[in-house]
Design a protein around this ligand. Structure first.
Ligand SMILES: C[S@@+](CC[C@H](N)C(=O)[O-])C[C@H]1O[C@@H](n2cnc3c(N)ncnc32)[C@H](O)[C@@H]1O
Length: 560
């Protein structure tokens, strides 16, 4: 077994202040010993699977496409940080900038002429720029290998740009959505490219081996492309030690100071004041209206900034049952009434409210199953796509289609409140779910009982220790992995390999850590080379944004 650690790369940095004392002039008068503060750029280690880490690969790709070296594009950080004249040369308006590609974060990337005549080009990030756009930008911040900019004007629109599709007045300034002006089919193509790039950048061994990676399947669309988010977390700031007279903005973070949307006038600020979020579900937006009204009355009571939780709760009741909303069970309107919305199913009705207390228990209705969990705990945020992803995961768990269910088992590592364990339990004789949050495990057990699932057992613990307590025969067991953004750690992947299950279905909200883990698992663990990547497919959990969920299926190679 290998104990090699995966590398982290120095990509980005922060500004540090170095205090330099002017030398004593020898006259013994220490009052004259002025201090000079020199600003220094200090590189920080960044996880290569985080957006700034991925940017490093994207920069290298642009360099290689243009036969440039890093030396050709570096910025004079010491000059920019310590000399205003140099800073002004760098932080400038540039016109006729052609966007070349998209970053994994959905920002445009471009090459612009370098302000230093001894260099060739600068790489610049242009949020809301689309490949092929010709734009005007303001460069406002520099890093050693790239600069940040605001989009000022679209000079010539890219073939991907259709601004008539924009649904939100805050689009183009809010940091939440990147693709409202891209038609939905194209958004899905962009996301597929993100997955392809993730494997190219972070699975170098698999990428270098012919046939080791299947072509990435087309991205599964979300049935709802707007009004799908069942959770939003608007926030506000209160200036330190200040009495606030005017209600602070309540909403979401802004992305720089772009001015490209000429038809809307939005007040600048690091947090935008947002009344409605077009990707939130109707009841979440009703909750937003209620909580904004309350905040307008109460903002003077706050001493510091905070985040407001808005989480959809769905009660399933009989078709003719009277709707009873318990006091305190949801966000209330200006009349003190709990806001709710109903919808009809053939046999039942769904009653939706918006919960704001993180410890309150909420319910989701997914494909005929109900799930309860604490409002503040993890649960997938796009209910509309869940039946599709569950169906796909379920169909990929099967070890051998001819086998009876009695002889197959399922391990659901990182199981949360049991979404996959419960919905995938029918085709196996036993499910074991593992989850680090005791609260989520409590709900997983409760959800199994309420959905009448009798073959599921849940363990509180780290996935890294899971295999001590698993006694199912590995050759009849499939494993679901659905870790947080950072992915799985080496200890877990080594143990998974030692366990040597028949099938692995890896679901991930960060395809970059997924690609890194899959590469590591297959190439660096003891049994990894017994597996191949059967399929990779994206699911669009977050339309209008750059995010993509990726499902990779690993199967054992057939023995000769
Ligand atoms: C992306 S969520 C997936 C949850 C679940 N599969 C679902 O779809 O609702 C990741 C889950 O992993 C849990 N988790 C984080 N680190 C863990 C670890 N080391 N071992 C086990 N579970 C962990 C989190 O508490 C969270 O519930």
């Amino acid at each position: 077994m290998t104990d090699k650690k995966r590398p982290i790369s120095p990509v980005n940095g922060e500004v540090e202040h170095e205090i330099i004392k002017k030398p004593n002039n020898g006259n013994g008068n220490h009052k004259n010993n002025k201090k000079i503060i020199k600003r220094k750029y200090k590189a920080k280690d960044v996880d290569p699977t985080a957006p700034l880490g991925v940017l490093q690969f994207e920069i290298d790709e642009i360099l290689s496409n243009h036969q440039l070296t890093r030396e050709d594009i570096t910025n004079n950080m010491s000059g920019i940080l310590n000399d205003e004249t140099i800073q002004k040369i760098y932080h400038r308006i540039v016109s006729d900038v052609t966007i070349e590609s998209l970053s994994s974060n959905g920002d445009g990337l471009a090459l612009i002429p370098h302000p230093d005549p001894t260099k060739k080009f600068q790489i610049v990030i242009v949020p809301f720029g689309l490949p092929g756009d010709k734009v005007e930008i303001r460069v406002f911040k520099s890093h050693p290998l790239y600069a940040e900019s605001d989009l000022l004007n679209i000079i010539q629109a890219s073939e991907y740009r259709d601004d008539s599709l924009i649904n939100c007045k805050y689009f183009g300034k809010c940091s939440g959505c990147q693709y409202q002006n891209v038609n939905y089919d194209q958004q899905l193509i962009f996301k597929r490219k993100t997955i392809e790039n993730a494997y190219k950048f972070l699975a170098p061994l698999l990428s270098a081996t012919k046939g080791a990676l299947p072509s990435v399947r087309s991205t599964e669309p979300s049935p709802l492309q707007y009004k799908y988010r069942t959770k939003l977390t608007p926030h506000f700031n209160i200036p330190f030690k200040k009495v606030v007279e005017e209600r602070p903005n309540l909403g979401f973070g802004s992305k720089g100071r772009p001015t490209w949307r000429k038809d809307v006038d939005i007040k600048d600020g690091s947090i935008l004041d947002i009344e409605e979020c077009v990707i939130g579900t109707p009841i979440i937006n009703q909750g937003m209206t209620n909580e904004r009204a309350r905040f307008s009355q109460e903002f003077k009571k706050y001493k510091k900034g905070a985040t407001i939780l808005l989480r959809e709760d769905t009660k399933v009741i009989d078709k003719d049952e009277e709707i009873i909303l318990a006091p305190g069970s949801g966000s209330t309107d200006v009349n003190g009434e709990i806001s709710h919305l109903q919808s009809q199913l053939p046999e039942k009705q769904l009653v939706k409210t918006c919960v704001t207390a993180s410890r309150q228990i909420v319910k989701e209705y997914v494909d005929g199953y109900t799930f309860e969990f604490s409002a503040g705990e993890f649960f997938q945020n796009n209910n509309s796509i869940l039946p599709r992803v569950i169906d796909y995961v379920r169909s990929n768990l099967s070890i051998d289609e001819n086998d009876a269910k009695d002889s197959n088992y399922l391990v659901d590592a990182y199981c949360g409140s049991g979404l996959f364990s419960i919905t995938c339990s029918q085709n196996v004789s036993k499910v074991i779910g593992v989850e680090v949050s005791a609260d989520s495990v409590k709900f997983a057990e409760r959800n199994a009982a309420s959905n009448k699932i009798e073959n599921a057992k849940f363990i509180v613990g780290k996935a890294e220790e899971i295999f001590k307590s698993i006694d199912t025969p590995a050759d009849r067991t499939s494993v679901i992995l659905d870790p947080p953004r950072k992915g799985c750690d080496d200890v877990f992947l080594n143990q998974l390999s030692d366990y040597n299950p028949a099938k692995i279905v890896y679901i991930s909200c960060n395809v970059h850590s997924q690609a890194r883990d899959v590469d590591w698992f297959i190439n660096k663990t003891d049994n990894g080379n017994k597996y191949y990547v059967e399929s990779i497919k994206g699911f669009d959990f977050f339309p209008q944004t750059h995010h993509v969920e990726s499902v990779a299926v690993l199967a054992l190679k057939k023995q000769d």
